[in-house]
Design a protein. Structure first.
Length: 260
């Protein structure tokens, strides 16, 4: 283990273990899972100021999209001039092209810590007692690709992981749909059907969960649900309740941000 992650992993171990001990009398075997959820929520609460700033940055990106397209059309053959004009536009609007990435990047160390925490038999020279906990009989350190294998869907491990993937995919779909609605509200235009690659990108989270311990998957599920809640609250505060789409974008239709 690298010394860089050694200290935060020790801290996370004591925090999650302590929460598990506190919650065990009330939740029994689900105490460790609840502790992971509580740890994730504490991380997201700590990052909330950056998350809200990122949401404002994403809204600014959507609002500036037509102007950025016009700049690319005008200065597409002059790369240096294009970069200067884009930088000037972002500066006037008080944002940047990287404004929406800070929370995502800052969460990677926490996800890495959670991954290592449930892959290490010892922490700080002592046995990792968190590995003795499970969710419905599936160890929190188990991988989808381990044990009985990915095709054994009838096993407890298969059912738990497939349920986790289904919940993650549902949240990814709803988050992407909400993102398109917010972009349409920011620009005042109808959001068209995105390309295949754009539609597939949100589901990278499911792929990550397939190669991570169950505990890390629970972290991903919790943080994704938190992000979705933040987006919904931000959207309602800025533009009022989101209206229903005219047609389902997943089916290839259009999506309007306001009444027909």
């Amino acid at each position: 283990m690298s010394s860089f992650l050694g200290v935060p992993m020790d801290a996370a171990y004591h925090l999650v273990s302590g929460l598990t001990g506190i919650l065990t009398p009330a939740l029994g075997g689900l105490a460790a899972v609840a502790a992971i959820v509580a740890f994730t929520m504490a991380v997201r609460l700590l990052l909330m100021p950056l998350s809200l700033r990122a949401l404002r940055g994403q809204a600014a990106q959507a609002r500036l999209a037509p102007q950025l397209v016009a700049l690319r059309q005008r200065y597409g053959k002059q790369p240096e001039r294009l970069q200067r004009e884009m930088a000037a536009l972002y500066k006037r609007e008080g944002t940047s092209m990287f404004a929406g990435f800070a929370p995502l990047l800052l969460q990677w160390p926490f996800l890495s810590v959670m991954y290592l925490l449930f892959r290490s038999p010892t922490v700080g020279g002592t046995a990792n007692t968190l590995l003795t906990h499970d969710l419905f009989g599936v160890p929190l350190g188990a991988h989808w690709l381990s044990g009985t294998g990915p095709l054994a869907l009838a096993s407890a491990q298969g059912v738990v992981f497939v349920g986790l993937f289904a919940l993650l995919a549902g949240l990814c779909w709803f988050s992407a749909r909400l993102g398109r609605l917010m972009a349409a509200q920011a620009t005042g235009a109808t959001a068209g059907s995105p390309g295949l690659l754009v539609r597939a990108l949100p589901y990278v989270t499911v792929v990550i969960a397939a190669f991570a311990p169950l505990a890390a998957g629970i972290y991903l599920l919790t943080t994704l649900a938190w992000s979705l809640g933040e987006r919904m609250l931000y959207s309602r505060r800025k533009a009022g309740p989101l209206s229903a789409p005219a047609t389902d974008p997943v089916a290839g239709g259009s999506l309007r941000s306001g009444p027909a």
